[in-house]
Design a protein around this ligand. Structure first.
Ligand code: AMP
Ligand code: GLY
Length: 428
């Protein structure tokens, strides 16, 4: 079977790696910049902007690709699934209209509200900056300020955390007003991803990303510095009831999309804030998370190609999906100065990384040597029977790299986990 993998980051390296563990699979790949990890697993690599969907479809057709799996959101927003379908190529990744669950934050909230779906915080959408600013003046509460469109995970500002009321209004004027203002949720975040075949959802282990650039969750937001998951596929600060409620919310969203005539085939990423009153939706993504894909696909023990084929056919069942009962920790190495002033073109040397898994992201391979680019460079995933084992494996691997890169030592440590448990206890 011929599969096309679209995208060139750590997430797509993990997708290609999981596919390469299936038998009878041939991988073709499309990416904006060559990822050496994906290239090593591919029969052929096409360097092309992933949003040039007609060129991508021409390439897929010319190579007899049967299934395409889409990593990033930008080609979904551009309608890659629609274009591939016109050429008879099955796409794992939703069509443009269903992808609006991620690409249009107002659409997402309106869908939840109009279908009476649980877990939707109070919100209001604005299309003029002055209206939004007036709302802030009239409501003396902390809000989350969210640009309506895609921002690569960097556009949200939280009042009381990143900005005060004056800063919030400046920001709204700076982004010219297409904005959703939301109730600020207090709690601990977790992510639940599901494989979706248009109708049925099969959940994956819970996972938690770390968006802030520096240890202790401070500094600017990034695409994600690393993520962890636990051997029981849950977290000590999430009860079974919280998890069931989160999953029920995701099922309701897929049912609502179906009712509106937009069936969703792909990976639904539910980001939740576990509050005093249970899980509330922070946002949905229409794709795997990056770095979360590296944790989850490393833990996947069943056949990924079979899962994708069944997703496309609408016949996925829970029996098709199994994950190792292990903890996992993913740590991203990023260029010094990332995200504001990343040091580009710097040599890095990878040492002995033991049993950890290595995933490449935004890195150049030239004459056997690796160089940084401007975004996240490469990541290691450690796995073990406990979080400590997984963390130590990832930490040792990350420490083996020398050069102008850094990473967060605290991701996956018990200290961070204990803080989350204590915070949850304090609000419940
Ligand atoms: P997003 O780009 O929607 O993933 O948001 C980025 C980050 O902003 C999230 O990971 C949360 O930490 C935070 N955030 C988003 N929405 C809210 C909210 N309504 N209340 C509190 N924090 C939020
Ligand atoms: N790691 C968060 C995301 O991929 O959006």
């Amino acid at each position: 079977m011929k599969f096309l993998v679209v995208g060139g980051g750590g997430r797509e390296h993990a997708l290609a790696d999981a596919l390469s563990r299936s038998s009878n699979v041939e991988i073709y790949s499309v990416m904006g910049k060559k990822n050496p990890g994906i290239a090593a697993l591919s029969t052929d690599v096409y360097i092309c902007d992933e949003t040039e969907i007609h060129r991508v479809a021409d390439y897929a057709e010319a190579n007899g690709v049967e299934y395409a799996v889409i990593g990033p959101e930008a080609p979904l927003e551009a309608g890659i699934a629609d274009t591939l379908a016109e050429r008879g190529i099955a796409c794992i990744g939703p069509r443009k209209e269903a992808a609006r669950i991620e690409t249009d934050k107002a659409f997402c909230r309106n869908l939840m509200r109009s279908h009476g779906i649980d877990g939707c915080p109070g919100y209001q959408a604005f299309h003029d900056p002055e209206g939004a600013c007036r709302y802030i003046d009239e409501h003396d509460v902390n809000l989350a300020i969210k640009p309506i469109g895609l921002t690569g995970g960097k556009g949200v500002k939280i009042m009381g955390e990143h900005v005060d009321a004056a800063g919030a209004k400046n920001y709204i004027r700076e982004i010219k007003g297409d904005v959703v203002l939301e109730e600020r949720l207090i709690g601990e975040e977790f992510t639940l991803l599901a494989f979706v075949d248009g109708e049925h959802l099969v959940p994956m282990p819970l996972v938690q990303d770390h968006k802030r650039a520096y240890e202790g969750d401070v500094g600017p937001n990034t695409g994600g510095m690393g993520s962890y998951s636990m051997e029981d596929h849950s977290f000590p600060f999430v009860t079974d009831d919280d998890r069931d409620r989160a999953f029920a919310i995701m099922e309701a969203v897929i049912a609502a999309l179906n009712k509106e005539g937009h069936p969703f085939i792909g990976f639904l990423y539910g980001q939740f804030m576990n509050t005093a009153n249970g899980p509330q939706v922070i946002e949905f993504n229409a794709r795997f998370g990056d770095p979360e894909a590296m944790n989850l696909l490393s833990l996947l023990t069943s056949d990924f190609a079979t899962i994708l084929v069944k997703m496309a056919a609408g016949t996925l069942t829970p029996a098709d999906v199994t994950f190792a009962h292990k903890a996992s920790v993913c740590k991203y190495l990023v260029p010094e100065g990332y995200p504001d002033k990343p040091q580009e073109g710097k040599l890095l040397t990878i040492g002995d990384y033991g049993d950890a898994k290595l995933f490449f992201a935004n890195v150049t391979l030239d004459n056997g040597k690796y160089y940084t680019q401007t975004s996240r460079t490469l990541a290691f995933v450690g796995m073990g029977d406990t979080l400590q084992e997984a963390e130590q494996q990832a930490e040792r691997a990350a420490a083996s790299v020398s050069g102008a890169v850094r990473y967060r030592h605290d991701i996956g440590t018990m200290d961070v986990l204990d803080k989350r448990i204590a915070h949850m206890r304090s609000i419940r």
